[in-house]
Design a protein around this ligand. Structure first.
Ligand SMILES: [Mg+2]
Length: 178
C-alpha cells in the first residue's frame, strides 16, 4: 500500500469561506479534484482531516457540516475522485484537551491509522496552515504546506511549500516513480 495522504479542507481542497455552513458555498480550488483523483489512481489512501470549531462554537450544526461534506463528496465524484476517510474536530480551542482532538493534535490521525490500518510514518500531511502539517514531524511523515491567504508567513523547517494541492500531488506522484 502506498503512503496515506492527509488533506486539510479549507484553503487546501476548497475555497476557505470561514465557518462554511451552506453546501452551496462549497467551491473546489482549481485542480484540486483532479489532484485527489490522481492520488486515488496511484493507490494512495486519501483522508480528509479538518478542524471545524464552528460546530463547537454553535455557528452551525453537525448536520449542516454533513451537508457541506456531502456536497464536497459529490463535487469530487464528478471528477472521479474520492476520499477514503473523513475526520473532523468540532471542538473549540477552549475545550478541555483541545490539542489532542484538534489539529495540530494527533487524535484524528491516530483514529484514521487505527480505523484504516495505515502507517503514519511516511505519510504525507498537506494543508495551508502549520497546524495541518505539524503532525508530519511528530510521526515521521512529509509536510507539504500549500499556500493560501491563510498561510502563516513563518514556515517550520521540516515543511516544504507548494503553490497548490495539484503541485503537491505532482511531487508525490513523482516520488512514486522514484
Ligand atoms: Mg486550512
Amino acid at each position: 500500500m502506498k503512503p496515506p495522504v492527509f488533506l486539510d479542507r479549507d484553503g487546501t481542497l476548497i475555497v476557505d469561506r470561514h465557518y462554511l455552513s451552506d453546501p452551496e458555498g462549497v467551491e473546489l480550488l482549481p485542480g484540486a479534484a483532479e489532484a485527489v483523483a490522481r492520488l486515488n489512481g496511484a493507490g494512495h489512501p486519501v483522508f480528509l482531516v479538518t478542524n471545524q470549531s464552528g460546530i463547537g462554537r454553535g455557528y452551525f450544526t453537525e448536520a449542516q457540516y454533513r451537508a457541506v461534506h456531502g456536497r464536497l463528496v459529490e463535487l469530487l465524484a464528478a471528477a472521479g475522485a474520492w476520499l477514503d476517510g473523513e475526520y473532523h474536530a468540532p471542538h473549540t480551542p477552549g475545550d478541555p484537551d483541545p490539542e489532542a482532538l484538534r489539529k495540530p493534535g494527533a487524535g484524528m490521525f491516530l483514529r484514521a491509522a487505527s480505523e484504516h490500518g495505515v502507517e503514519l510514518a511516511g505519510a504525507f500531511f498537506i494543508g495551508d496552515r502549520v497546524r495541518d502539517v505539524a503532525p508530519a514531524e511528530r510521526f515521521g511523515g512529509r509536510a507539504i504546506l500549500v499556500r493560501s491567504p491563510e498561510s502563516e508567513a513563518e514556515m517550520p523547517p521540516y515543511a516544504e511549500v507548494a503553490g497548490s494541492l495539484a503541485e503537491a500531488v505532482e511531487r508525490i506522484v513523482a516520488l512514486d516513480r522514484g
